[in-house]
Design a binder for this molecule. Structure first.
Ligand SMILES: [Zn+2]
Length: 268
């Protein structure tokens, strides 16, 4: 199965510090409202279909065409105040991944907003509990704990099972996936720009294409369009630019390594 998942963060009207994490690094991923609107208009221009939700991936049902998904990391308040209505206007629903330790803090979603979003059909998922700086560098036990506590926090709010998550900062490794699976996650979104969904483990691993501040207004459009060249370009530059790997260091393992790794290997 292939799926094109877009990854956004917060959206702001005046100042990026309005919603979500406040740091220069975090702000690089936030979009001004006009830029976000332009990205959505671009996607609408080339897709007649609505984005799918992760339950369809978890069902492993064969899809005749490559569908797309809208995902948003961090659990900033802007999902409730800006993003949801813009998706709904198009008849779309998105995935809102929440770092649960921040629920109710300034700039982040509160419990009522999370409940309202779920009632409106948005998918609420975990983005860990504490948003560790380098998730893949945690001990295995800490990884399981991050996923479990975060799931539990959301299940307490929503009184429903939560089985979808995204990896903070894209710090993915086989252990991150195993820990998520052990904590009951069934669909895990990474930040590797690939469309092939990996069902090799018990948990489906789904790559994502990040839209950042300063991206061209047709960036999302080009990624979800039928021609795959923009997606190949994203993958090539992600791998070749030398930006990601040195930053992530030895604890980072490429998805291809995960695909090749024996599934019975011991938990480290
Ligand atoms: Zn994040």
């Amino acid at each position: 199965m292939r799926a094109i998942s877009l990854l956004f963060h917060d959206v702001y009207a005046g100042n990026p510090a309005e919603s979500g994490f406040v740091s220069e690094a975090a702000h690089r991923y936030k979009l001004a409202l006009a830029d976000f609107d332009a990205q959505l208009a671009g996607v609408s221009g080339v897709r007649a279909d609505a984005p799918i939700v992760s339950a369809l991936i978890a069902s492993r049902r064969d899809m005749t065409s490559t569908r797309f998904l809208m995902t948003f990391d961090d659990g900033g308040e802007s999902y409730y105040t800006r993003i949801a209505e813009r998706l709904e206007r198009r008849g779309w629903r998105g995935h809102c991944f929440v770092s649960t330790n921040f629920i109710g803090q300034r700039g982040f979603l509160d419990r009522q907003q999370i409940r309202a979003l779920a009632e409106r059909g948005h998918v609420i998922g975990s983005h860990s509990a504490s948003h560790p700086a380098r998730f893949s560098a945690l001990s295995y036990g800490d990884m399981v704990s991050e996923w479990s506590r975060s799931r539990q926090a959301l299940e307490d709010i929503l009184s429903q099972s939560i089985d979808v998550a995204s990896v903070p900062g894209g710090y993915f490794s086989p252990a991150v996936a195993r820990a998520a699976q052990e904590a009951g996650i069934r669909v895990l979104f990474t930040s590797e720009p690939v469309t092939q969904v990996d069902f090799g483990g018990g948990c489906a691993i789904v790559g994502r294409f990040t839209i950042r501040r300063g991206d061209r207004h047709d960036a999302a459009q080009r990624l979800v369009a039928a021609a795959p060249w923009a997606r190949s370009l994203a993958w090539t530059s992600w791998n070749a630019k030398g930006l990601v790997k040195p930053l992530l260091g030895p604890s980072y393992i490429r998805l291809s390594d995960w695909l090749l790794a024996p599934r019975t290997s011991s938990r480290a």
